[in-house]
Every structure is written in structure tokens, then in C-alpha cells.
Design a protein around this ligand. Structure first.
Ligand code: NAP
Length: 358
């Protein structure tokens, strides 16, 4: 039960998780253990897991203990029958597209982490601090597809930290060009992930479809919505993505060219002052500071800065002039918290605050 301002108790919204046994699914379970609005009542995964208790089906890989109540829930097969209306989805992308469509067409609201539907023109791709107005695409989606349900997505775990850092710059100074190179953690590849012999002592300069995703999703996130149509800004982006031997946390080096000529101080002030809808509405998972700027020469680092604001912040550092473009900096974030489960939970909180879950 959730206490309202007047001391009345409101019933929590029951939620289900598709892909509950995976890396992101486990984060959902952990982050929603004591959630004031949502209560996990239903889990699903592949046929390898269905029919088992969660504790027996899941290779739990988080440091936090598995919540006891969820440990005893049964894992279902990925079918809408018996599932609650609100579904968080973190399925393997080979099956996510079809499964999410099946749930949404059966009337469920699917808040998804997977890439399959992100770039559909009638599917909102949302970061609550960046483009909360894109949720209005739900109306277009429902009209076009004849659904009572809906699919809403959050970006890829690399895109989100880049887009978080760029959105305030675009609003204030206008973007012209963006170059981004990532150093991405192994947990981004799911469980069990990359074989040890491929990654130990190594850097893998290729992550399938990642660069295309980062480029396309960032443009969509920073786009304007006019009459249900997405209108992208006139600026260019190039991404290079690498896998490195870090457990959690994606680090990104970014260079930007801007339409106006701010100082380094102006950039830092815009990031530090950035407040948006989740902070104004005090949504339960909203970080107090969505962007945290560090001034030390050698930060941010995954080892020290990953859990800033409970893993929900984008941490920026090493802001300095770029001899080729205008400025360069580092952005860091937690790929399975703000880059995945935490992002989806915040999206659902935004949706609830706008009446989309009533
Ligand atoms: P994962 O650890 O490999 O988990 C995949 C989940 O999908 C498991 O629960 C698995 O169930 C389930 N699954 C696999 N095949 C299935 C099938 N045929 N039918 C039903 N369920 C099936 O992957 P992950 O890292 O959690 O990623 C999940 C999704 O989130 C992916 O689309 C990924 O791209 C996206 N994502 C991941 C991250 C990240 O940092 N890891 C960040 C953002 C987005 P079983 O355990 O039963 O096999």
C-alpha cells in the first residue's frame, strides 16, 4: 500500500516481468522490492524456466539478496493469459518483438528495454528527463493499431547516457556535430554473456548493431513531436562502440560542436542546473540530480562513480575544449540500472503520473 499526502492508502499497481531471469530482469526484481507504487506479482521467461520457482530458475547475479517474496513466485511462460496489465519487458531480442506485440495487442501496457520496437514511428522512445512529451505517441499507436494496450520503450544502455548529456546542450546551445566512443561493460551483453577467453585482457571493437542504435535512437530522443509526427533535428552524430573488461558501467568519450559559443563554465552550469519532469513531480525513482558533474581530472570511473544517485544519474567529467570540435567530455552510467531496468521503471512512473495506467 502507498500512503498519499492525506494519509489515505492507495493500492499498489500489480506488475509482471517478461525475461525476469535475465540480467535486466534481476534488476527489475531488485529495484521494485520496496517500490511505493508497483508490486511484482507475475514473472515470465523461456520454457527453460517456466514452471519453476524463481529461485530455482534464476542464476541470481546481483550483490543484493534475491527478495524472498519474489523468490517463491512461479515463472510463467511468455503468454498474456493471467498476466497483470502493466508489464516490464527485458526479453532476449530474438523473441522480444513478437512477444511484446502479443501482450500489447491483448491490452497490456508493455514498458520495454529491448530494441525491437524502439524506432517504430508510433512507439514512444522515452527518457523522462529528456522527452516526456513523446509519450503522446501512445495515442497515435493505439489509433493506428487498434490496441487498448501499448508499447513504450527506453533507449539502449549506451544511448541513454549520451542523450542525457546532450539534451541540455541541445536545448541551450544547439547541437551541430557529435562524436562518441564507448567502453561498455560485459553485463551489457546479458548472462552468461561473452566467453572469458574472448574478453580477458582484451578490448572487442565491435558490438553488433550498437553503433547504428546509438546514432538513430539519440536523434529520435532529441526530436520534436508535431501532430503525432517525429521531426529530427538537423545535426550529425557518429558512434564507435567497444566492449571492455568492466563488470558494470558504460563509459563514453564525447566531442560536440555547438551552434553557439558557450564557455566551459556555461556547459557545466547547464548540466548542474538541469531539472526536468521527474524531479519536479518527485517520481519515486527519479534521481535528485539527473546529471552530476565531477571536476577531478581522472573522474568519472565505473569503480567509484557508478552508484551515484543509486545508479540513476549520468556522471559527467573532464569537460574541456576540443581542438577539432568545440568541447569534449566523459559520460558514465550504470547500464542495467539507469541504462535498463531503472529507466523502464521511471518511464512507468511518468506514465502513471500522466494517467496512462488508469
Ligand atoms: P539476458 O540476461 O540474456 O536475459 C534474457 C531473458 O530473456 C531471460 O529471462 C531469458 O529467460 C529470456 N528468454 C530468452 N529466450 C526466450 C524465449 N525464447 N522465450 C521467452 N523468454 C526468453 O539478457 P539481458 O541483458 O537481461 O537483456 C534483456 C533485454 O534487455 C535485451 O533485449 C537487451 O538488448 C536489453 N537491454 C540489456 C541491457 C543490459 O545492460 N544488459 C541494457 C539495456 C537493454 P531464461 O532465463 O529462461 O533463458
Amino acid at each position: 500500500m502507498e500512503r498519499t499526502g492525506k494519509g489515505k492508502k492507495m493500492k499498489k499497481v500489480e506488475v509482471g516481468i517478461l525475461g525476469a531471469t535475465g540480467m535486466v530482469g534481476q534488476r527489475f526484481v531488485s529495484l521494485m522490492e520496496d517500490h511505493p507504487w508497483f508490486k511484482i506479482t507475475w514473472l515470465a521467461a523461456s520454457e527453460r524456466s517456466s514452471g519453476k520457482k524463481y529461485v530455482d530458475a534464476c542464476s541470481w547475479r546481483l550483490r543484493e539478496p534475491m527478495p524472498e517474496r519474489v523468490a517463491n513466485l512461479s515463472v510463467n511462460e511468455c503468454r498474456p493469459s493471467g498476466a497483470p496489465q502493466l508489464i516490464f519487458a527485458s526479453l532476449d531480442s530474438r523473441v522480444a518483438g513478437e512477444a511484446e506485440t502479443e501482450f500489447a495487442s491483448a491490452g497490456h501496457v508493455v514498458v520495454s528495454n529491448s530494441g525491437n520496437h524502439r524506432m517504430s514511428p508510433d512507439v514512444p522512445l522515452v527518457i523522462p528527463e529528456v522527452n516526456p512529451d513523446h509519450l503522446s505517441l501512445i495515442r497515435t499507436q493505439r489509433q493506428r493499431r487498434g490496441w487498448k494496450g501499448a508499447i513504450v520503450t527506453n533507449p539502449n544502455c549506451t544511448t541513454i547516457f549520451l542523450a542525457m548529456s546532450l539534451a541540455p546542450l541541445d536545448k541551450k546551445f544547439g547541437l551541430e556535430k557529435v562524436l562518441m566512443t564507448s567502453m561498455q561493460a560485459v553485463s551489457g551483453a546479458g548472462y552468461p554473456g561473452i566467453p572469458t577467453l574472448d574478453i580477458l585482457g582484451n578490448v572487442i571493437p565491435y558490438i553488433a548493431k550498437e553503433e547504428e542504435k546509438v546514432e538513430a535512437e539519440t536523434k529520435k530522443l532529441l526530436a520534436q513531436i508535431n501532430n503525432g509526427q517525429i521531426k529530427e533535428g538537423n545535426w550529425a552524430i557518429s558512434a564507435q562502440c567497444n566492449r571492455v573488461l568492466v563488470e558494470d558501467g558504460h563509459t563514453e568519450t564525447v566531442s560536440v560542436a555547438l551552434k553557439t559559443q558557450p564557455t566551459r563554465h556555461d556547459l557545466i552550469a547547464v548540466w548542474r542546473d538541469y531539472r526536468s519532469v521527474p524531479q519536479e513531480r518527485e517520481l519515486p525513482s527519479a534521481p535528485q540530480h539527473a546529471i552530476v558533474v565531477r571536476e577531478e581530472m581522472d573522474r568519472p570511473q565505473p569503480k567509484f562513480d557508478l552508484y551515484t544517485e543509486g545508479g540513476m544519474a549520468t556522471v559527467i567529467g573532464r569537460v574541456r575544449p576540443c581542438p577539432v570540435l568545440d568541447f569534449k567530455y566523459i559520460a558514465l552510467g550504470h547500464n542495467t540500472i539507469r541504462g535498463a531496468a531503472g529507466a523502464a521503471i521511471l518511464n512507468a512512473e511518468l506514465m502513471r503520473s500522466e494517467g496512462y495506467l488508469d
